[in-house]
Design a protein around this ligand. Structure first.
Ligand SMILES: Nc1ncnc2c1ncn2[C@@H]1O[C@H](COP(=O)(O)OP(=O)(O)O)[C@@H](O)[C@H]1O
Ligand SMILES: N[C@@H](CCOP(=O)(O)O)C(=O)O
Length: 319
């Protein structure tokens, strides 16, 4: 269930006049999603997604919506936010911030083949390049500072083996983030959550990236590592699939060549990307927010991935 704020078609005829979309014809709540109220909206001009934001505020939202707008303008396949007659992308609906974005065709590809991974790698590189002149700044809010805040909160819930792993990895990542190589990595706006369920495909044709609400400024390599850790693994074991890794990395490299510093940082960065989601899943599992609507994701999935990345070197960035 992911409609927390009910909206009906009858609520829209007056409200929607501020947008150049004609009259609303149909509105249907979207069942998946965990954070916002999402609706498929059909109007006289086409199909859109209406989102009522339940957690993010009017002050926080411009970074994400303007980033999507910036990327869409430069031909990156992402939902394009629709501005109202005042040029605003975020407007109030039932007292909460809301936006309308274009609807992507297709569906998520939950069993990706190398061709899908190649399409994701190429679009990710295009996205990084297209965002270099994005003027707004926001750190990755799920970066090292958040890991440092969260680690002591989840440690009391862990057995000795997991507690040891978490402490040791935090120590390793602190040192990594302080080293010269890390500081040479190229940075900019990143998606930071580009999992299989946040990309649409029509067959083998990628139709768009969406769900930018973990985006922030971080190293491009972190974004690549997050993406590889989801798209290129056996989901039961966390083991990387060499053909899918190669397809994704080669396609990325063909658009935006990896640097020597990135090559050096690759193995630690895959561990950082695994740690980030292990920590957030541990936090959501042991310290669920009040009125959490869904069963939290399984933290042991990312514990397995982290152990596997420590034990087994991944294929290199450049084939
Ligand atoms: N622009 C879009 N085009 C097509 N479908 C979308 C779009 N945005 C969201 N969706 C659909 O809505 C679902 C929930 O969106 P998501 O962003 O994951 O929600 P939440 O932020 O609540 O987790 C997605 O799984 C997808 O099916
Ligand atoms: N991808 C994260 C959770 C973020 O939720 P999303 O459904 O909005 O992408 C995870 O798998 O832990």
């Amino acid at each position: 269930m992911a409609v927390f704020t009910p909206v009906s078609l009858d609520d829209l005829p007056q409200w929607i006049k501020q947008f150049p979309l004609g009259q609303p014809l149909a509105l249907k709540g979207i069942a998946s999603g965990i954070e916002n109220s999402n609706f498929f909206l059909t109007t006289e001009t086409g199909e859109y997604v209406l989102t009522v934001f339940e957690v993010l505020t009017f002050e926080q939202l411009p970074f994400y919506l303007k980033l999507m707008h910036h990327l869409a303008d430069r031909g990156v396949l992402v939902p394009a936010p629709v501005a109202n007659d005042q040029g605003e992308l975020i407007v109030a609906l039932h007292g909460k911030p809301a936006s309308i974005v274009t609807k992507l065709e297709g569906k998520s590809q939950m069993a990706p083949q190398p061709a899908h991974c190649a399409a994701v790698g190429a679009m990710l590189a295009r996205m990084h390049l297209a965002a270099v002149d994005y003027p707004l700044q926001q750190p990755n809010l799920r970066g090292l500072d958040w890991w440092n805040e969260t680690t002591p909160q989840v440690l009391p819930f862990l057995d000795d083996s997991c507690a040891h792993l978490l402490r040791a990895e935090m120590h390793f990542q602190e040192a990594f983030a302080g080293c010269d190589t890390y500081h040479q990595l190229q940075r900019g706006p990143v998606h930071a959550d580009l999992f299989r369920n946040n990309v649409m495909f029509d067959g083998e044709r990628l139709t768009g990236f969406f769900d930018f609400y973990f985006a922030g400024c971080d190293t491009w390599l972190f974004d690549v590592a997050v993406t590889v850790n989801d798209w290129c693994i056996n989901l039961d074991t966390g083991v990387l699939d060499a053909a899918r890794v190669r397809a994704l990395l080669d396609a990325y490299h063909a658009v935006r060549p990896f640097t020597d510093a990135e090559q050096t940082a690759w193995q630690p960065m895959l561990r950082a990307a695994a740690l980030r989601f292990w920590l957030s899943r541990l936090y959501d599992f042991h310290l669920p927010r009040e009125a959490e609507m869904l069963t939290p994701h399984d933290p042991t999935h990312f514990e397995r991935i982290l152990r596997e990345r420590i034990a087994t070197p991944a294929p290199g960035l450049r084939g």
